[in-house]
Design a protein around this ligand. Structure first.
Ligand code: MG
Length: 297
C-alpha cells in the first residue's frame, strides 16, 4: 500500500493510492480525519491501516472524493518534517571509494556509521524544483537514497523489534553543494539549503516489501543512468542504525532517516559532473517509484 499527500482545489489532503496507481482516494473515505501525514503516522492504528488497504483495492468510482492521479498535484509525503532528517554518510562501499577520491583522502570503510543531519523547512515536491543557489555553489550534486520513516517513538529498540517501529519508506534526493559541504568541514550547511530535499513521490508501507528491503536504487540525470545499486549493499543496515540510535536518543514518530547513497554521484566522475539549471534528476527505487525534479536557477 502507498500513502501520499496531494493537493486538489488548493487543499492539502492525505490519501491512499489505488493498486493500479491511477487514482487517489482521500483517507476521509475510510472515515479518518487526520489533517497531515505526520498526524496519521502518529495516530493511525492497525484496523485503520487495514481499512486503507481495503479502499486501495476497491473501484475508485465507488469512493467518494476519489480523483484520477493525473488531476491532482502530488506533494512531498511529509511536506514539513517535524525535525531535521537523520542522514547516513558513506553507507555503500563503492560510494565511499568515489567520495574519498574526490576529497583526496585515503579510502577507509567506516567501522561505525557516519551520521549527520539535514535541515528541511519544506521538502521539495515530486516534479518540484531543486534550487541551484548559484551564489553559493557550482558543485551541485544529487544523491538517491532510501528514506525510512519511523512509526512510533523508538527508545532502546532491539534488532528484532526494529521492523515494528517502521511506518514505511520513501525516496529522498540528498541534494548537496559539495564545496560548501567540504569547505565548512561539516556537512550541515551544504546539505540543508532551501530546495535541497526532494521527497516522495509517496510512502510505501513497511509490510509491502520484505524486511530488510532489498531494492534496486538508481538515479538518472536527463535520462542518463548515473547510480545503479541495491539497498542490500548498505554497510550499516536499517536494523543496526535504528537499534544503535535508539539506544541513546528517542526517535520520534515521523522521524525520517536517509540511509545513504550509492556510487555514481556527480563528484564521483572524473572530471566531476555537477548539476546545472535545467537538468532533470530522477531517483528511482524498485517498488516505490520515481522521484523526478528539475534544477531551477
Ligand atoms: Mg546522502
Amino acid at each position: 500500500m502507498k500513502l501520499l499527500t496531494y493537493e486538489i482545489d488548493g487543499k492539502e489532503i492525505v490519501g491512499v493510492l489505488n493498486k493500479e496507481e491511477t487514482w487517489v482516494c482521500p483517507i476521509s473515505a475510510a472515515g479518518m480525519d487526520y489533517r497531515s501525514m505526520k498526524e496519521l503516522i502518529r495516530e493511525c492504528g492497525p484496523s485503520e491501516m487495514e481499512m486503507l488497504e481495503y479502499i486501495s483495492g476497491r473501484d475508485p468510482n465507488e469512493i467518494r472524493g476519489a480523483a484520477p492521479l493525473a488531476d491532482v498535484k502530488i506533494l512531498a509525503p511529509i511536506p514539513e518534517p517535524g525535525q531535521d532528517i537523520i542522514c547516513l554518510g558513506i553507507n555503500y562501499t563503492a560510494h565511499a571509494v568515489e567520495s574519498a577520491r574526490f576529497k583526496k583522502e585515503a579510502f577507509e570503510k567506516p567501522a561505525q556509521a557516519v551520521y549527520f543531519s539535514k535541515r528541511v523547512s519544506r521538502a521539495v515536491d515530486p516534479e518540484g524544483s531543486i534550487l541551484a543557489h548559484r551564489n553559493l555553489t557550482r558543485q551541485l550534486d544529487y544523491e538517491a537514497e532510501l528514506a525510512v520513516i519511523i512509526k512510533k517513538d523508538a527508545v532502546n529498540v532491539s534488532r528484532e523489534q526494529v521492523k515494528d517501529y517502521i511506518f514505511g519508506y520513501t525516496i529522498m534526493n540528498d541534494v548537496s553543494a559539495r564545496e560548501v559541504q567540504t569547505g565548512h568541514k561539516q556537512w550541515y550547511f551544504g546539505k540543508s539549503l532551501d530546495g535541497f530535499t526532494p521527497l516522495g513521490p509517496w510512502i510505501l508501507i513497511v509490510d509491502a516489501v520484505e524486511f530488510p528491503p532489498k531494492l534496486s536504487i538508481q538515479s538518472r540525470v536527463n535520462g542518463e543512468l548515473r547510480q545503479d545499486s541495491n539497498t542490500e549493499l548498505f554497510i550499516h543496515g536499517i536494523e543496526d542504525v535504528i537499534c544503535e540510535l535508539s539506544s541513546g536518543m528517542t526517535l520520534k514518530a515521523g522521524t525520517i532517516i536517509a540511509t545513504g547513497t550509492p556510487a555514481g554521484v556527480g563528484m564521483g566522475f572524473e572530471p566531476p559532473r555537477f548539476l546545472v539549471p535545467g537538468d532533470v534528476v530522477e531517483c528511482i527505487i524498485e517498488g516505490i517509484g520515481t522521484l523526478r525534479n528539475t534544477v531551477a536557477e
